[in-house]
Design a protein around this ligand. Structure first.
Ligand SMILES: C[S@@+](CC[C@H](N)C(=O)[O-])C[C@H]1O[C@@H](n2cnc3c(N)ncnc32)[C@H](O)[C@@H]1O
Length: 563
């Protein structure tokens, strides 16, 4: 629903106002006890009491998008919130810049806090991060993506006893007993506080927890994986990364997560019998996997899978089991020739196996099946697309190299008025048929066995090109995009799914960076920045019109024909 003609645009999106109101209402209706129960439902009451004895709920944080930061105090006052002074937020600015492939200088982010009394009468706050999104700034897609994902939203606990032993104990309790995972942290020199972030499995929508305390606690930060305080340890950890790859792959081969996520849980001796392994060596492997955070001691002498470890179950939703076998198997061998790939500019995979990765996998049905199942592990990246894109006016959606059909079946299932076309190489089409049938959309999707370098089906209203361009070098990408430009009608939209390299090298960690090396080693392709894709689109006759963030560091790039 739009504004009446001539009406002024609201200076804060209704969703942002609503999110501020909900954050303030949440603070007012909760206290340390209820927050711990909400975020850490796995803690036993005695454990929860112990955490509450050393920490207290201090704020709920939310990121909003006013037209200008100057508007914010007045807007908050209208909501009954008397905010303190606004200060620049460099941390959130850097995170947004990295997530959306923009330069940090192009974003203005502030932070301010407003007092709210918690349910138990204790003083609390809402913490508001604000990115200025002036009309016409082109930042609306970014704002929409953040509103959809709420990456920066969190609830915070302040450690009331600023002692490294207490902090380490709380951290261990949250990770091990509270079933959270570490999500970075750091020392804020300006305020002299140490901050640790955790991802929780809470079903309430509150997924991110901050633990903060005064002082610089370098040891706890190092354990939380956020500093390199001990350089030799850090380097040794890096040098033995291959051991971790193999340990996880062997855990997958032996289906340890399946065996250890049952009741009653087998003892290690029994597990050795079930898996046909040597008990002492299996125990030592489990200890290493425990240090890696895949399993945790269960208090009875056996182990249970952690939240990441549970993703190795063969029946987990979007199981990473096939990917563990792929990275510890065929790609492990080819990664051994990374030096060859870097020295020669040729593919390590082809050097190792005598054929390009696609041809090699296509010739072996078991490998082809493993690859298709591995791609399915990361289809979480597609989840927001059916909602994020306006398919209202479209009739036909064409998925070019649509793989096992996960993306197009999600779109067709969410939009019953759409017809689909999926183009794939002949040996993949059957896997796509299976996915579409399971999703109940097979009758609305035409499967085309073909080659996108020769012909792309014409006449679609939306074209999807997911995780294809990163498989190819710029010359090959241009050939694919030019074929597309011949088929895509002028009114149609091209939607490209890829991981984006951050525009700046020091923008912080991104999955696109290691995957770029995977691409150069195994496929001959590359990950690219948004600007790089924009240049390729322009050369092929498309114009980049928007970028939205997707899960797993993915991005949705929208483009239209220019000629
Ligand atoms: C990395 S997968 C991506 C699959 C799917 N779009 C997704 O995101 O899950 C790349 C796909 O490109 C397909 N492909 C490679 N060369 C092709 C060609 N010449 N014509 C059509 N499809 C091709 C492969 O079969 C593979 O399924």
């Amino acid at each position: 629903m739009g504004n009446p003609p001539g009406a002024a645009q609201p200076r804060l999106h209704p969703h942002d106002l609503d999110r501020i109101r909900r954050a303030a209402a949440f603070v007012a209706a909760n206290d340390t006890g209820t927050v711990l129960a909400d975020l850490l439902p796995g803690l036993a009451p005695a454990e929860r009491d112990a955490v509450a004895a050393h920490s207290r709920f201090t704020h709920a944080a939310v990121l909003v998008f006013p037209h200008s930061l100057g508007d914010l105090h007045a807007l908050l006052l209208a909501e009954g919130l008397e905010a303190g002074p606004i200060a620049p937020s460099t941390v959130v600015r850097a995170r947004l810049a990295r997530r959306y492939g923009r330069s940090a200088d192009s974003l203005e982010v502030g932070i301010l806090r407003a007092p709210v009394t918690a349910a138990d009468g204790s003083p609390c706050e809402i913490e508001i991060f604000a990115l200025a999104v002036p009309p016409g700034s082109g930042l609306d897609t970014l704002a929409a993506g953040e509103r959809a994902h709420d990456h920066e939203a969190h609830l915070a606990l302040e450690v009331t006893t600023p002692d490294p032993v207490v902090l380490a104990g709380l951290r261990a309790t949250l990770l091990d007993r509270g079933r959270t995972t570490a999500d970075g942290g750091g020392h804020n020199a300006h305020e002299d506080t140490t901050v640790l972030y955790f991802r929780t499995g809470a079903e309430s929508g509150h997924r991110r927890l901050e633990l903060n305390t005064s002082g610089h606690h370098a040891g706890v930060l190092a354990a939380h994986g956020s500093t390199g305080d001990r350089p030799a340890d850090r380097l040794l950890h890096l040098m033995t990364g291959a051991w971790a790859t193999q340990a996880v792959a062997v855990a997958a081969e032996l289906r340890l997560a399946d065996h250890l996520d049952t009741a009653p849980r087998p003892t290690t001796e029994r597990l050795a019998e079930l898996t046909g392994t040597h008990p002492d060596r299996l125990r030592r492997l489990l200890r290493y996997l425990t240090e890696l955070g895949v399993f945790a001691p269960d208090g009875t002498g056996s182990h249970r899978p952690t939240e990441p470890g549970r993703l190795l179950r063969t029946d987990a939703d979007r199981s990473l089991h096939p990917l563990a076998l792929l990275y510890g198997g065929p790609f492990y061998r080819s990664f051994g020739a990374l030096g060859y790939a870097v020295r020669t500019g040729r593919d390590a995979f082809e050097h190792t196996y005598g054929a390009h990765h696609f041809a090699h996998f296509a010739a072996d049905s078991q490998l082809a099946d493993l690859f298709d199942r591995s791609m399915a592990a990361s289809t979480q990246m597609f989840d927001p697309i059916a909602e994020l894109v306006d398919f209202g006016a479209a009739r036909v959606v064409v998925d070019v190299a649509g793989g096992n059909g996960a993306l197009i079946s999600g779109v067709l299932a969410a939009h019953p008025h759409l017809e689909g076309v999926l183009l794939e190489r002949p040996h993949v089409v059957e896997a796509a048929r299976e996915t579409l049938t399971k999703a109940g959309c097979a009758d609305r999707c035409r499967l085309v066995a073909g080659d996108f370098t020769e012909e792309v089906p014409a006449g679609g209203d939306v074209y999807l090109l997911s995780r294809v361009l990163h498989d190819w070098d710029d010359r090959q990408c241009l050939a694919i995009l030019r074929r597309l430009a011949e088929a895509v009608p002028e009114h149609a939209e091209l939607l490209v799914v890829e991981r984006l390299l951050p525009a700046e090298e020091d923008a912080g960690p991104s999955l696109a960076v290691p995957w770029d090396v995977h691409m150069l080693c195994n496929v001959g392709g590359r990950e690219r920045t948004a600007e790089h894709y924009g240049r390729l689109f322009a050369e092929a006759g498309f114009e980049l019109t928007g970028v939205a963030e997707l899960p797993l560091d993915g991005a949705l790039l929208a483009a239209r024909r220019t000629r």
